[in-house]
Design a binder for this molecule. Structure first.
Ligand SMILES: [Ca+2]
Length: 237
């Protein structure tokens, strides 16, 4: 057998195996049930390859705590930014699921970034922001986190047209959740479309160019004040 024939035979066998066993391209990138405890509870020891912004933004104060088998993220009073808990993962399309719990007036962002993307501030690509009364799906890459837009916003020089453009990059959906109660969340990213479901029901979906980014590489949980998360799973599609 020539090398090419052998190679194509192996390839055919591979395809046949995939077809007969029904294997798909789905890969579990992350699965964490937070059923562990810190070795020193006074320290921030999240484990599971998570990183936080407590050193950079909260003078090293503990903001992320493992309690009752879940992860609680609480903004420290000295912090100059919301809490961010990040995990590196590579994907274009994925299904991100978790259980979450937020309080009155609070907000949990499922934030996707590519730290190598230089056209935007801090790698921001897209986000699903969850509040008790509203879910907002935002294309940050071609919207408000695009460098020039963000610079203008910082300098307070956004024009009416800029604001109009930014508005087209996000969509909000009304919901009604109970404060301090666990909910199931699913965020699906498929090409340019992000879909959010809560407690098994689709809340809404939004399509925009920035969501289509090929090399997503970081998941960030962004918390305004106080939120709990458990049973997080990310599957690459
Ligand atoms: Ca748990």
């Amino acid at each position: 057998m020539t090398r090419n024939v052998r190679r194509s035979t192996l390839f055919s066998i591979g395809i046949a195996l995939c077809l007969t066993t029904g294997l798909s391209a789905d890969t579990v990138l992350l699965k964490d049930n937070f059923d562990r405890q810190e070795t020193d509870d006074s320290q921030e020891q999240v484990g599971g390859k998570w990183s936080t912004n407590s050193k950079a933004r909260a003078k090293g104060n503990k903001q992320v705590d493992l309690i009752d088998g879940a992860m609680r993220m609480t903004r420290h009073e000295v912090a100059d930014h919301g809490v961010s808990v990040a995990h590196d993962l590579q994907f274009k399309n994925a299904e991100i699921s978790m259980r979450f719990r937020i309080g009155q007036g609070d907000e949990l962002g499922i934030n996707i970034a590519d730290m190598k993307e230089k056209s935007v501030h801090a790698g921001h690509l897209c986000v699903a922001k969850i509040r008790l009364n509203k879910v907002t799906i935002i294309d940050l890459k071609t919207g408000r986190m695009k460098k020039e837009m963000r610079d203008k916003a910082q300098n307070k020089t956004l024009t009416a047209d800029d604001r109009k453009l930014i508005k087209t990059k996000e969509k909000a959906f009304p919901i009604k959740l109970t404060a301090d109660t666990w909910n199931d969340l699913k965020v699906e990213i498929q090409d340019d479309t992000m879909t959010v479901s809560i407690n098994g029901k689709e809340v809404g979906q939004f399509a925009s160019a920035g969501i289509d980014h090929d090399t997503k590489s970081r998941l960030r949980l962004a918390v305004a004040k106080d939120a709990w998360v458990d049973d997080i799973k990310v599957v690459r599609k």
